[in-house]
Design a protein around this ligand. Structure first.
Ligand code: PMP
Length: 300
């Protein structure tokens, strides 16, 4: 089992820095019982000039706040203070490259009323490539993403992740690396913890916001497409259209940009090494490390 902390690990809880082994929570908490909590996943990188930088910290904390607002969890925190707390947690744990997990959770309340108070935890651990380095063999999940009419789908809420766990587990049980979930209309939505893109005839496609988590990595990949003058279109598409793609990839904070080998056993036409996804993967890595990236140099 992966150990997320040890006897020396320090975390941030409601304004204080505590040993992880000394921090406690209430077993009667509304979040624990009903999944009524909100979280983020952020990465810190040691950049080219040797500084530790939390990538897109503001965007992640803005999303944390919005996620809470969408499901009526009070958010009485100052995001600049929380960003400073991320750096302090990294420093106190002697971490440079790490995954940072803010979690907003609610005190005891066994009714179904919205919370009137919330707590915040920020912890961090060292995490390599979440979905591995190699190309992924994915399968179309028998689980759909939750219908946006049944949930605030753009809120990164803890309870929503039972759907992700079910889909991921099913895929692994069937011998695949990861799942791909459709939306309630049968269009491709996203992976259990990552957004999807595909390449066809020199152009990149990804589903529009609406039935997906609007990923921060997704936004970065879109920015990179603009910077690198790679044509991009946000549109709904079916699994059959995806199977006809030249290449495809997942992206997310934990997964970064990771190429797909096959879907439901059907491989993509183009070798990953010569795909636009590979260019975007390298450009993403350069961006988080604050290195300059020249597409021509990469393709040469
Ligand atoms: N979709 C889902 C369901 C996710 O859990 C994640 C990971 N947060 C993503 C997409 C990618 O989001 P981001 O790039 O902001 O990490």
């Amino acid at each position: 089992m992966y150990s997320y902390y040890n006897n020396d690990t320090i975390l941030y809880l409601d304004g204080e820095y505590l040993k992880a082994t000394a921090a406690t929570t209430d077993l009667f908490g509304q979040s624990l019982h009903y999944g009524y909590a909100v979280f983020e996943g952020i990465r810190a990188y040691k950049t080219a000039n040797g500084e530790v930088k939390v990538f897109k910290a503001k965007e992640h904390f803005d999303r944390l706040k919005r996620s809470c607002e969408l499901i009526h969890i009070p958010y009485n925190f100052d995001n600049d203070e929380l960003i400073a707390a991320c750096y302090k947690v990294l420093e106190m744990n002697n971490m440079e490259e790490a995954y940072i997990r803010p979690l907003v959770f609610c005190p005891p309340n066994m009714t179904l009323k919205a919370a009137s108070k919330s707590n915040i935890l920020i912890c961090a651990w060292e995490w390599g490539a979440y979905l591995g380095e190699k190309l992924l063999r994915i399968m179309t999940s028998s689980f759909e993403r939750p219908n946006p009419k049944a949930f605030q789908i753009e809120s990164k809420s803890a309870g929503l992740y039972v759907n992700s766990i079910l889909a991921s587990q099913e895929a692994k049980q069937k011998g695949y690396d990861e799942a791909l979930l459709l939306d309630m209309n049968g269009n491709v939505a996203e992976g259990p913890g990552a957004n999807i893109f595909f390449e066809k005839d020199g152009k990149i496609f990804t589903p529009p916001p609406g039935n997906i988590l609007p990923g921060i990595t997704r936004a970065t990949v879109i920015e990179l497409c603009h910077e690198l003058q790679i044509p991009l279109e946000e549109k709904l598409f079916t699994i059959d259209e995806l199977k006809q793609a030249d290449a495809a990839f997942f992206c997310g904070t934990a997964a970064e940009v990771v190429g797909l080998e096959s879907i439901d056993g059907q491989t993509f036409a183009k070798p990953w090494a010569s795909s636009l996804g590979k260019v975007l993967q390298q450009a993403y890595k350069a961006k988080v490390l604050e290195k300059t990236f020249q597409r021509e140099a990469q393709l040469a």
